[in-house]
Design a binder for this molecule. Structure first.
Ligand code: LCV
Length: 263
């Protein structure tokens, strides 16, 4: 499979697809362009009937992904995390891919990339990996589907701690919180991950596809009333239309600490 992408490398071998982030100058920030390539690569793997997909960064990465490209966060009153955004579409593409998607983590993982990791079905991290979910740091009103990913994977108290502090958790804590399934040394993490993928790839693809879809449906089965949804959206709109939201993004761009005023 010839690689035709600019910001990722896509490989397929023995029914195992691999997506390697390849935008080191931006610390693999999840730009719209890179996210759309991830979506396209998953479609390709689906056509090739890849039975497992591994999402990873280059070997020995210090930063797996610095998260959503902050320069792409809108400042004009548009929802930064609307369902039509490439990040949400990529997360949905991972959730609906008809086979397990495994995140192989080397380095630090930030914001939307942390959501991407826990949206994958399994995650394997090295002892040096770390994870931070950062909306509170930047002043972004995270969205309900993203918060549900964290509640489902980490449980309420761990999810609240990560969202409210916005600070990175280390590999041991990430294992304890359920973000990663295993901690494996950098020298062995590729062998471990591909062995795991190979085991899965030899099982029944039809059975795994329907089991994964049941996990997705059952974990998303949190019916909320239209009023509740509209209440959430009106609260979120107040935040992404606030001065504090602009302050969070501008302070990052100006490389200074934000001074939030609560309005
Ligand atoms: C654009 C960047 C980024 C970046 N975007 O290198 O989850 S939510 O709601 O918060 C969601 C909206 C989200 O995902 O927001 C993004 C969350 N990400 C972060 O908070 C991570 C922000 N980045 C950092 O804290 C540092 O860059 C880390 C710790 C990742 C790496 O630090 P290091 O000192 O090694 P620099 O900070 O010098 O970054 C190198 C270049 O990459 C840019 C950064 O602005 C700098 O650009 P210049 O060389 O032009 O100065 N960069 C880093 N992250 N998410 N651009």
């Amino acid at each position: 499979m010839a690689n035709k992408y600019d910001f990722i490398i896509a490989e397929l071998r023995d029914k195992i697809g691999t997506i390697i982030f390849n935008n080191p100058s931006k610390l693999n920030a999840l730009t719209s362009a890179m996210l759309l390539e991830i979506i396209e690569a998953l479609l390709e793997f689906k056509e090739e009937k890849a039975r497992v997909v591994i999402i990873r960064s280059a070997k020995w990465s210090k930063v797996w992904s610095s998260g959503h490209d902050i320069n792409e966060l809108p400042l004009d009153g548009i929802d930064p995390l609307g369902q039509e955004k490439p990040l949400e579409k990529a997360l949905s593409a991972i959730q609906t891919y008809p086979a397990p998607v495994i995140a192989m983590i080397e380095g630090s993982v930030w914001g939307g990339a942390c959501d991407l990791t826990i949206t994958c079905d399994l995650a394997i991290g090295t002892p040096e990996c770390s994870f931070a979910i950062t909306p509170a740091k930047i002043g972004v009103p995270y969205n309900a589907s993203g918060i549900l990913h964290f509640i489902n994977r980490l449980g309420l108290s761990h999810a609240k701690e990560m969202f409210f502090t916005g600070t990175p958790v280390d590999a041991e804590t990430a294992l304890h919180f359920g973000i990663i399934n295993h901690i494996v040394d950098s020298t062995d993490v590729e062998t471990f991950t591909y062995d795991l993928a190979s085991k899965i790839s030899k099982n029944s693809p039809l059975s795994i596809e329907v089991i994964k879809e049941q996990f997705r449906i059952l974990t998303n089965a949190h019916p909320i009333t239209p009023n509740a949804f509209e209440h959430i959206e009106s609260l979120r709109r107040k935040v992404y239309c606030s001065e504090d939201y602009k302050e969070g993004i501008n302070s990052f761009k100006e490389k200074r600490k934000p001074d939030y005023k609560g309005k």
